[in-house]
Design a protein around this ligand. Structure first.
Ligand code: SAM
Length: 261
């Protein structure tokens, strides 16, 4: 008997059409697949039907892990890691050109996404990332500049990820039924050839710093990290702007300049 743990965001997908729709986002046959938070195996079963080359599952819940190890006992292609994804070295276990699926636990989904965006070799390791989020968070990730949802997450995501597709999932497609609507986003990692940020943690720090004072003009914060002459070099920058009034490209330029200091 496996008990459902709310603390681990365990809302299991039960709608077969939605499960198929998620897995049909990309071609799985003969590909190396990673799944984060497989739960009882709703997506896993559908992935297996499409004959992947290999499948790696990362599940934190000990009980679910035992359940999965038993369920897939005879399948040599599956490797199950009973680990917390937030302190697991995903890059180390991933083959080149892998695909990641995950109906993510809502409470840590932005942390998981940011962890993956920061991988140095993201584009060589992963060709497709298909994640499910709470709708409100998903809207922030895909939001364009300028818009009310625009912020830290869309700036970070836009640097490394192209958004191929998105769709919503009703709460009725899960058991237990969550209180919120979900959103699936299909990302493709991309090279950003225009801006050269060496360490994405710097972009993360800068966006955190500026958006922590959302209503304030950026001039004071900028002067803490850049010289006056550097600030003047940034194209189209009005230093009386608020953080949400600056384009992603300007954030990338600011980060590039701070890395030179
Ligand atoms: N994929 C399944 C499905 O669609 O029915 C389950 C999705 S459920 C929303 C999230 C899953 O992530 C649960 O199985 C939960 O135990 C697992 N999980 C929660 N926190 C985790 C963590 N830090 N690392 C790995 N797995 C985690």
């Amino acid at each position: 008997m496996v008990f459902t743990k709310k603390s681990l965001g365990q809302n299991f997908l039960i709608d077969k059409n939605i499960i198929k729709k998620i897995i049909n986002s990309t071609i799985v046959k003969n590909k190396n697949i990673i799944e984060i938070g497989p739960g009882k195996g709703a997506l896993t079963d559908e992935i297996l039907k499409r004959n992947p080359k290999s499948l790696k599952l990362i599940e934190k819940d000990n009980q679910l892990c035992k359940f999965l190890k038993n369920k897939y006992l005879n399948n040599q292609n599956i490797k199950i890691f009973n680990r917390d994804i937030l302190n697991f070295n995903l890059c180390k276990v991933s083959e080149k050109n892998s695909i990641i699926f995950g109906n993510l636990p809502y409470n840590i989904s932005s942390q998981i996404l940011v962890k993956i965006i920061k991988f140095k070799n993201l584009t060589s390791k992963f060709t497709n990332i298909i994640f499910m989020f709470q709708k409100e968070l998903g809207e922030k990730i895909v939001s364009k500049f300028p818009s009310s949802n625009y912020g830290r997450l869309s700036i970070l995501a836009n640097y490394k990820l192209e958004i191929k597709n998105k769709f919503f999932i009703s709460a009725n497609c899960f058991f237990p039924k969550p209180k919120v609507t979900s959103m699936v986003i299909h990302f493709k990692p991309k090279f950003n050839s225009k801006y050269k940020i060496n360490n994405l943690e710097n972009l993360e720090k800068i966006t955190n710093m500026l958006f922590s004072k959302k209503r304030k003009m950026i001039n004071k914060s900028l002067k803490k990290i850049l010289t006056d002459s550097q600030i003047k070099k940034i194209p189209n920058l009005k230093i009386s702007s608020r953080p949400s009034e600056i384009s992603p490209e300007t954030y990338y330029k600011i980060t590039e300049l701070t890395e030179k200091n």
